[in-house]
Design a binder for this molecule. Sequence first.
Ligand code: FRU
Length: 325
Amino acid sequence: MGANILGSAALFGALIAFGACGRTPSSAEDPKPSPKAEGAPRWTIGMSQCNLGEPWRVQMNRDIEEAAKAHPEIRVVFKDAQNDSLRQRSQIEEYVEAGADLIIVSPKEAAPLTAPVAAAHAAGIPVIVLDRRVLGDAFTCFIGADNKRIGRAAGEWIVRRLGGKGKVVELKGLMTSTPGQDRNSGFREGIRGSALEIVFEADMKWLEPDARREMESALARFPNIDLVYAHNDPGAHGAYLAARAAGREKKILFVGIDGLPHEGQVYVRQGLLEASFEYPTGGREAVETALKILSGETIPKEITLASRVFTRENAASGGEWLKLP
Ligand code: FRU
């Protein structure tokens, strides 16, 4: 009985959330737009974003919204998991209960999101996993850039930039998320055989304030640091701010990942970062793929997005594409 009450409350909440984003459901029992209603979208896509505290994720949602605008047959409903895996898990369950036609999820962490994604998939709802992965293969399609390749390219670039040797700080993204793991292992491959020394490494969880704090510890312990490799641009910027506060920013190079036009690329042009490796959001590709799935087309299990490096030399002319592995 109690479970029923909770269940219907969750369903009600999900219906309200669907209705609040531009469309009133024709009845409380029918969360889907009616295909017959004139001008009404035919399909509802539920998107669960792991957080909106970082510019890159705001951009991803914007890219999805922008791409969806050209397609009146779909309506996208967004939920923000506020960097909480349990909340994100519930959001996926809510979309399933509310009868979404397709789910797009950009998961916070791999392990906790694997079961709800697999359950949605088993319930017959196509799921596109965007940017960070889940475990296994119980989903419809994964879209993202190759983080291992980006990490390796960053490593090789850094070896060249430092002339093969130097003291490096690695500020890692959340290591329970796959981009953090891949940007770390790819980087280690890229620097293998060089005389680069990782003097300090820490998990800054993708967050600028954490990166700044970790960098303060690194600065306090190591009088000589040549370069900081951060797994994202907010992390590199946090490290730069810590170094600047210690009066050491001019002696250290900073390299990040994301390369957003209004974030990493600006930092590079301003000379704060030495390089930023692009990590495309995949928002547009997710919408294009969703439309194909909903129209019954066959799509690949995995779509790998290309990526560029922006440096001081090439940032003004659009960066340079990374070579395929
Ligand atoms: C934003 C972010 C990006 C990073 C991506 C990895 O949450 O940290 O900066 O490239 O997630 O999933």
